[in-house]
Design a protein around this ligand. Structure first.
Ligand SMILES: [Zn+2]
Length: 248
């Protein structure tokens, strides 16, 4: 043990020493962020993005509109697939405010929904959606399925879409895993945070996420975060927008 560490241990707890080290590493990481400015393709901000998330991600959060990497990837996908929303009947689960701003004017009808009252236009349980079958053209469902019984949710999403309708899905996914990791015995928030990445997640998806979507009856295409967009908009490399389509 170095003399400095010995000295520190006499006046600080292990956790305080860890915080000190973390602060130093964070400062070094921020200093290494390339000076090339990012562009937010949602609000037009030019500059460096803020830190966000757990574990902390450098250069993630737009300081003007609050967008994260996944929101900017969705916006990038939408730019080339505007017909998915334009003049369509659209339902958006767990919406972010800024997304409503650019989706609502495009759509024929736009409603957003959340399980908790007060967080969206209407309250809906994605496992048991209180809407008529074949009543929507497009459903946007980003970072929702990892919280719920996804087989029930996917069956419901399929049901409420019209034939030919689209469900835009984004989830946390480890591409190197063949199989999704889930364990119903991990119920407490701390365990879920450790194993699933957030205290209210119930799984961490592997590549077989695709099978779950197809098992519900959908066909599936994917849009991947690649260069030069990763650098320009500070996206997460390889992140995906999954486009599930209810067959005609
Ligand atoms: Zn922005």
């Amino acid at each position: 043990m170095s003399a400095v560490k010995k000295l520190l241990k006499t006046v600080m707890t292990e956790r305080q020493i860890m915080m000190l080290r973390a602060h130093r590493r964070l400062r070094d990481s921020i200093n290494r962020v390339p000076s090339k400015a990012r562009n937010c393709n949602i609000c037009g901000f030019e500059g460096l993005f803020d830190l966000a998330g757990w574990p902390l991600r450098i250069d993630a959060n737009c300081p003007r509109c609050g967008s994260l990497e996944r929101h900017r990837l969705f916006r990038l996908w939408l730019a080339n697939n505007i017909d998915a929303v334009r003049d369509r009947d659209v339902l958006h689960f767990a919406p972010e405010g800024f997304a409503t701003g650019f989706l609502k004017p495009l759509a024929h009808s736009y409603v957003n929904a959340d399980l908790e009252m007060g967080r969206a236009d209407i309250v809906l349980d994605i496992e048991k959606i209180d809407l008529a079958s074949s009543s929507l053209d497009t459903v946007i469902c980003s970072h929702v399925l990892e919280h719920v019984d996804d087989r029930k949710a996917l069956a419901e999403l399929f049901r409420i879409l019209r034939p030919g309708g689209l469900c835009i899905l984004m989830v946390p996914l480890v591409e190197g895993w063949d199989t999704t990791f889930e364990d119903p015995n991990i119920k407490d928030p701390k365990g879920r945070a450790i194993y699933f990445g957030q205290d209210d997640h119930v799984r961490y998806y592997g590549a077989d996420f695709r099978d779950r979507v197809r098992d519900a009856g959908f066909t599936l295409t994917e849009f991947t975060a690649v260069e030069p967009f990763v650098t320009r908009h500070a996206l997460q490399r390889g992140d995906k927008v999954f486009v599930a389509r209810r067959p005609d």
